[in-house]
Design a binder for this molecule. Structure first.
Ligand code: PMP
Length: 356
C-alpha cells in the first residue's frame, strides 16, 4: 500500500449495465427506450448555436423547470432538475438523509441506493420484499432516518398500490419519503397527486426511459417548495451548472410533446403485454410488470446459463448475481422485432437443451 492510500475514501461503486456496441446486437439490458426521442428534440439540437457554448448555462435551468412544472400541473418552485435521476437521488440522499438514523429501502431494489448510503456514511436497513416481490408497507414505520423506494420497483417491475404509498408517507411525517418513479410512465400510478397533502414526499422521475433520452442525462424531483429549496441549497454547494445548454433545450422539446410521449409509452406497454404471453408460453415465471422490463425466471433453465447463451447470440439482457434474484433475468422491452429475435432464440435454445 502506498502511504497516501491510507487517506483515500474507499467505496464500493455501482456497476452500470454493459454498453456494448455491436452493429447487429439486440440490446435489452439497461432499460433504454427502443424508440427515438420526440422529433422536436432533434430540431432543438440542430438549432443550437455552438457560439453560445462560451457562456455558462442558466444555473437554475428555468426553462426546463417550467416545462416540467407545466406538464405536471405544478408550480416551478416544486421542481428540481439534475443530471439524470441518479444525480437527483444522490443530491436528495445528501440533503435529506442526515439524521444518523438508518434509512429504509427494500432488500431487492435499485442497487445504487446502498452505494450512495455507503459513500455518504448513511446507515440503512433493508426490509425484505415478500415472496411475490411485493413491498410490505408495515415494514416502513417506526423510527428511521428516511425512506426511499422505486415505484414500480426495480428490478422486479412490481408496483405498490398508491394507497400503500400514501400510508407509508403518512406514517412517516418526521422524515422525507422519496418515491423513485423512473418507470411509472409505463402503466404505473404516480404519487404526484399526493404532493397536495404531504410536505415530506419527494417524487423523482427521469427522461431516460419514457422520454427516450438516457444519453442526455435529465432527471427531476417534485416536492414541497421548502424541500426543493433545501435540495437546491445542496446542489449549489456542489455544482451550480449541472444542466448544460443541450440538455435544457432538448429537455424542453421532449416535455412539450405530450402526444409523442403517450404514443411511445403505449407502444412499449403493448409490446410488454405480448411479451408476457410469449414468456409464459416458454415456461417463464415473472411478477406482473408495470415497467419497460420483465423480471423473469425459468423453473428448469438456470438464469446465468441463459444470460451467457443470449450474450453469445448478441442478445444482451441483465443478470444480477445477488441473493434472492440470482436465478432471474431482467429483460428490457424493445421493439416488436427485437423481442421476436429474443423469443426465437429462446425457443430454439430451450428446446435444444431439453428445457421445454
Ligand atoms: N432509479 C431507478 C429505479 C433506475 O432503475 C434508474 C436507471 N438505472 C435510475 C433511477 C437512474 O436513471 P437515470 O439516472 O438515467 O435517470
Amino acid at each position: 500500500m502506498r502511504p497516501w492510500e491510507a487517506n483515500i475514501r474507499r467505496v464500493t461503486p455501482y456497476t452500470p449495465g454493459e454498453q456494448p456496441n455491436a452493429p447487429d446486437m439486440v440490446k435489452l439490458n439497461t432499460n433504454e427506450n427502443p424508440y427515438p426521442p420526440a422529433p422536436g428534440v432533434q430540431r432543438a439540437l440542430c438549432g443550437m448555436d455552438a457560439g453560445a457554448l462560451r457562456l455558462y448555462p442558466d444555473p437554475a435551468a428555468k426553462e426546463l423547470v417550467r416545462a416540467i412544472a407545466d406538464f405536471h400541473g405544478l408550480e416551478e418552485d416544486q421542481v428540481f432538475v439534475g443530471v439524470g435521476s441518479d444525480d437527483v437521488l444522490a443530491m436528495s440522499f445528501l440533503a435529506f438523509f442526515n439524521s444518523g438514523k438508518p434509512i429504509l429501502f427494500p432488500d431487492v431494489t435499485y442497487s445504487f441506493y446502498d452505494v450512495w448510503a455507503g459513500l455518504l456514511g448513511i446507515p440503512f436497513v433493508c426490509p425484505a420484499l415478500d415472496d411475490h416481490f411485493r413491498i410490505r408497507k408495515e415494514d416502513y414505520r417506526g423510527k428511521n432516518g428516511g425512506i426511499v423506494f422505486p415505484n414500480p420497483n426495480a428490478p422486479t417491475g412490481v408496483e405498490l398500490p398508491l394507497k400503500d404509498v400514501e400510508d407509508i408517507v403518512a406514517a412517516n411525517p418526521d422524515v422525507v419519503v422519496i418515491v423513485d418513479e423512473a418507470y411509472v410512465d409505463f402503466g404505473g400510478t404516480s404519487a404526484l397527486p399526493l404532493l397536495k397533502k404531504y410536505d415530506n414526499l419527494l417524487v423523482v422521475q427521469t427522461f431516460s426511459k419514457s422520454r427516450s433520452m438516457a444519453g442526455m442525462r435529465i432527471g427531476f424531483a417534485c416536492g414541497n417548495p421548502v424541500l426543493i429549496r433545501y435540495l437546491n441549497d445542496v446542489k449549489y454547494s456542489f455544482n451550480s451548472y449541472t444542466m448544460n445548454r443541450a440538455a435544457i433545450a432538448s429537455g424542453v422539446a421532449a416535455m412539450e410533446d405530450r402526444e409523442y410521449f403517450e404514443e411511445t409509452c403505449q407502444k412499449i406497454i403493448r409490446t410488454r403485454e405480448w411479451a408476457k404471453e410469449e414468456l409464459a408460453a416458454l415456461g417463464f415465471q415473472f411478477a406482473d410488470s408495470r415497467t419497460n422490463f420483465i423480471f423473469a425466471t425459468h423453473p428448469k433453465c438456470p438464469a446465468r446459463e441463459l444470460f451467457q447463451a443470449l450474450k453469445q447470440a448478441n442478445i444482451y439482457v441483465r443478470y444480477f448475481s445477488k441473493p434472492r434474484i440470482d436465478n432471474y433475468l431482467r429483460i428490457t422491452i424493445g421493439t416488436r422485432e427485437q423481442m421476436e429475435k429474443l423469443f426465437s432464440f429462446l425457443k430454439e435454445y430451450l428446446r435444444e437443451h431439453f428445457y421445454l
